[in-house]
Design a binder for this molecule. Structure first.
Ligand SMILES: [Zn+2]
Length: 482
């Protein structure tokens, strides 16, 4: 498989390119969707092709094709070169500064005990429909739905440094949800089985049946929930809820290409300017946010990135102080770093790699602390579980987040459910209000599979994580009138 990729790099080198790389991808995807007592859809796709990226006189050219032959490889290299030459004519200034990387031979395979593509469709249908039937047993539930989604990406990568790398990553995702109607209202409650780089072994049927019953009961309970109070309250977030807040307020804010203005036209910029490195108080001392593209079962763990840089682990925020960014080989020089952090990924063989959020998580507390003890120190507050609507501004500064289920906390205990609650804050104010997070026994990963970025849009996946975490005096508002 490497021969034609190496041929592409050789041709680009002979044509005078400073650097070139070539990737071949085989992508197998399957999605199974259920609604009530039946399957509502099933898709299965197998998609293969290669892309060639060349750096010529400081400018990029990229081209790709689904036809993997020697003649087509030559044509694609030629097209990438023409694009690079044309781009170089428009360059003002020095062009791309490409961080060096030693040539490596690398093989990475994710652990997958039960290949999801080998599991019969009947078993997948049975899993989803059985869960739906449990949800529909609840008389308030009018609709039960679910999906299973599987992806296997095999990737071969070569570049003019001499790197030869291969990865084989299988990932899985599942969600079930119930819609309840009553009390002049309708409410939805879901359970996301954490998406991860694992196989079908991640989804025991018994888990689905237990969670289905809880999801249905909580959808029903939401119908009679009180309207959330407004004002300043202490809040506790569960790992899934905080994963989205980490993603939006830390992950995107610390992508170096975004900081340098490369995303302004579509996704916005960032308040985390370069002068903040090593100095800015992002959060309280309880806040250490770790990037880790070596995390076991992490969705961004793929051995190496699409710049040919091996996966790494580094601190984005340490004891509350901002340390450094996620970067690729094109961007490291902007912050005086000699080496990329290995966070440049493309979502397809026809996509050019861009800086992506790594696996990124809040480190658990170092002192023993249970969720009961965490909540026990809240007089009147709110407990947020799961994800709901959110928004954040183009500087990744002002935001609001909801939860799929929210409980009132009274005198140190979870009381009844609340409707329409949102927490609203500014990124540094929020993270500085964090006063405790539970210890590692309660830490959970949560995969994100729909992170959109780039123009044209690319969709990436990565894993976040946290233990239940407490924030003091956060503004609560209502997401809707009732
Ligand atoms: Zn995102």
């Amino acid at each position: 498989m490497f021969d034609l990729l190496k041929q592409a790099c050789e041709s680009a080198r002979n044509a005078g390119c400073e650097f070139a790389d070539a990737r071949f991808l085989a992508i197998h995807k399957q999605r199974v969707i259920s609604r009530d007592h039946a399957l509502a859809g099933c898709s299965d796709s197998d998609d293969r092709g290669f892309g060639v990226r060349v750096l010529y006189n400081g400018a990029w050219g990229f081209a790709s094709s689904p036809t993997y032959t020697a003649a087509e490889v030559e044509r694609v290299v030629g097209l990438a070169l023409r694009i690079a030459r044309a781009s170089a004519m428009a360059l003002r200034g020095g062009g791309v500064h490409w961080a060096p990387e030693s040539a490596q031979t690398l093989e990475y395979r994710s652990s997958c005990a039960v290949d999801p593509f080998e599991v019969p469709l009947e078993d997948k249908a049975d899993l989803l429909i059985s869960a739906n039937e449990v949800m529909l047993n609840n008389p308030s539930v009018v609709r039960a739905q679910g999906f299973l989604s599987f992806k296997r990406v095999q990737r071969w990568y070569a570049n003019t440094d001499g790197a030869e790398m291969h990865s084989d990553v299988t990932s899985s995702e599942a969600t079930i949800w119930a819609i309840a109607v009553g009390n002049d209202d309708f409410q939805q409650r879901n359970w996301r089985a954490p998406a991860s780089s694992r196989g079908f072994e991640a989804y025991p049927k018994q888990d689905f049946l237990v969670e289905a019953e809880r999801v249905a009961a909580e959808a029903e309970e939401k119908l009679s929930a009180k309207l959330a109070p407004e004002g300043e309250f202490d809040i506790v977030t569960d790992p899934e809820n905080l994963s989205l807040t980490i993603h939006e307020s830390v992950g995107h804010a610390t992508e170096l290409d975004r900081v340098m203005g490369y995303e302004v036209s579509l996704a916005g910029a960032s308040f985390v300017t370069r002068d903040k490195m090593g100095e800015f108080r992002y959060g309280s001392e309880a806040v250490t946010l770790m990037a880790d593209n070596t995390l076991e079962h992490g969705l961004a763990t793929q051995g190496f990135d699409d710049d040919g840089v091996p996966g790494q682990r580094w601190e984005i925020v340490k004891d509350g102080i901002f340390q450094t960014y996620s970067s690729g080989r094109e961007f490291a020089h902007y912050i005086g770093e000699e080496r990329s952090r290995g966070a440049c990924r493309a979502d397809h063989w026809s996509s050019i790699p861009i800086v992506r959020i790594p696996n990124l998580f809040l480190m658990p507390g170092q002192e023993p602390l249970t969720p009961e003890e965490l909540i026990g120190d809240v007089g009147h507050g709110l407990y947020f579980e799961g994800m709901d609507s959110f928004s954040i501004d183009q500087w990744r500064l002002n935001f609001q987040f909801g939860g799929n289920a929210v409980w009132e906390i009274r005198n140190g205990r979870k009381a009844g459910m609340l409707k329409a609650a949102l927490y609203q804050s500014r990124t540094p104010s929020f993270w500085n209000a964090c006063d405790a997070t539970c210890d590692e026994r309660f830490w959970q990963p949560h995969g994100v599979t729909n992170c959109g970025k780039g123009d044209p849009m690319q969709v990436a996946q990565m894993t976040h994580g946290a233990a239940p975490t407490r924030f003091r005096k956060i503004h609560i508002c209502r997401g809707r009138d009732a």
